[in-house]
Write a protein that binds this ligand. Structure first.
Ligand code: FES
Length: 195
């Protein structure tokens, strides 16, 4: 079963999750992702595996405009290409060595990606992005529950993580973050109780 709809954008982080020198790790549709922001502001969404030996890139380090893998310290530029192999400092790095780069868009205070996403991410009403809430239910259940729920002044995005886990993010469109947060927590309690 595929959890992701090709052509669709999914929010996978808030802008504020990508802090300097930090690599943010998340999962979308069973795919592990590593998100990071280079010093020049470029935001990268990559498969969370080094093309060398498959170590998680999210364990690595952001060095200026590059990500350095923790294991053998290979470095990758924001386009995903390997730029430096410490064990072979004098050799040109073969162009085929590349991190797997996912599409990326920034909109409404969120970072979006997907499989061959079409057009621009959905426009959310203006509003602060509040914290992401993981819920141990599949994204489809969550979408159904949200459709039928009274959640005034909340704009929601759903990130399908795995077959039984999703993350919901909400933007409080009236600026009342406390009420929005409480509404999301109540929704989680209801869903995890099987309602
Ligand atoms: S596993 Fe990443 S550099 Fe070797």
């Amino acid at each position: 079963m595929t959890l992701l709809e090709p052509g669709r954008w999914y929010a996978v982080a808030a802008d504020h999750d990508l802090v300097a020198n930090h690599i943010y790790r998340t999962t979308l549709g069973g795919h592990d992702l590593a998100l990071w922001r280079a010093r020049d502001g470029t935001v990268c969404v990559w498969h969370d595996r080094c093309p060398h030996r498959g170590v998680r890139l999210s364990l690595g380090e952001v060095v200026g405009n590059e990500l350095r893998c923790q294991y053998h310290a290979w470095r990758f530029g924001t386009g995903g290409a390997c730029t430096f192999i410490p064990a072979q400092p004098d050799r040109k790095v073969p162009g085929a060595i590349h991190a797997t780069v996912w599409p990326m868009a920034q909109a409404s205070g969120l970072i979006w990606t997907g499989i061959d996403p079409v057009g621009a991410p959905p426009a959310l009403p203006d509003g602060a992005v509040i914290r992401a809430i993981p819920i141990d239910r599949c994204a489809e259940d969550l979408e159904r529950a949200i459709d039928g729920a009274a959640l005034p002044a909340l704009a929601l995005t759903i990130q399908p993580c795995t077959a039984d886990r999703a993350i919901v993010r909400g933007a409080a469109t009236d600026g009342d973050l406390v009420r929005a947060d409480q509404a999301l927590l109540a929704l989680r309690r209801r869903l995890e109780a099987g309602a």
